[in-house]
Design a protein around this ligand. Structure first.
Ligand code: ATP
Length: 204
């Protein structure tokens, strides 16, 4: 199968992520999207970042009954820090029958040449890039990277929503309603667990 990897902290996963993931799962060159939950860095514990298993659970809730979307905890067990190249190497060893590509926002592509072993990643994997509406200030050119590289595929017809997890956390902490920014199951999971309340996670 051709798997598109979508990495994120998903703290929490929201409709902006899901619109992209679902759109790409229907791309003719992709069979499944795996949402790879990035673990907490034990050396850089951030107050607002929920525990790994809670974020993974929310991803599972969000993609419930969507067989083309899959939640992955692969990085939880890998050595820290999680370099994308190490995760890819591990995935290739574990699933030699699959072909892995990356799904990233345009903002990430602009700094891609700073990723550890980025040249190796680009030589072996396709990278699907979607535009980020709010990133108008990013340069149109990156000297170190050929943006016309045959492995870079620009996705232009994807609906982008200007929503972020940090915005949602701030709204939840302020007691505001976020029911339309999350799937119903994720919204309930957050409510039932009393997650992102100001008292527990005051730093955003
Ligand atoms: P935070 O606000 O906490 O930084 P985030 O919403 O940007 O979080 P991440 O889990 O870090 O979420 O995002 C995973 C990936 O999805 C990142 O590459 C991020 O750039 C991208 N992304 C986040 N929000 C959107 C959105 N609304 N539309 C498209 N891509 C998004």
């Amino acid at each position: 199968m051709r798997i598109g990897l979508y990495f994120g902290t998903f703290n929490p996963i929201h409709v902006g992520h899901l619109i992209i993931a679902n759109h790409m799962a229907q791309h003719p060159q992709i069979d499944q999207i795996w949402l790879v939950v990035t673990p907490q860095n034990p050396h850089k514990e951030k107050n607002s970042l929920l525990a790994d298993h809670l974020r993974l659970d929310m991803v599972r809730e969000a993609i419930y009954e969507h067989p083309h979307l899959h939640a992955s905890d692969i990085e939880f067990k890998l050595p820290k820090p999680n370099y994308t190249i190490s995760t890819l190497t591990h995935l290739i060893e574990k699933y030699p029958m699959h072909e892995f590509s990356l799904l990233i926002g345009e903002d990430n592509l602009r700094t891609f040449h700073k990723w550890y072993n980025w040249e190796q990643i680009l030589s072996k994997h396709k990278i699907f890039v979607y535009p980020r509406a709010s990133q108008s200030d990013v340069p149109s050119k990156v000297e170190a990277l050929n943006l016309e590289h045959p492995h870079i595929h620009w996705i232009n017809d994807v609906p982008i929503l200007g929503v972020s997890a940090s915005q949602i956390r701030a709204r939840l902490a302020a007691g505001k309603d976020c029911s339309f920014l999350l799937t119903e199951r994720v919204f309930k999971y957050i409510q039932n667990g009393g997650l992102y309340r100001k008292t527990e996670h005051s730093k955003q």
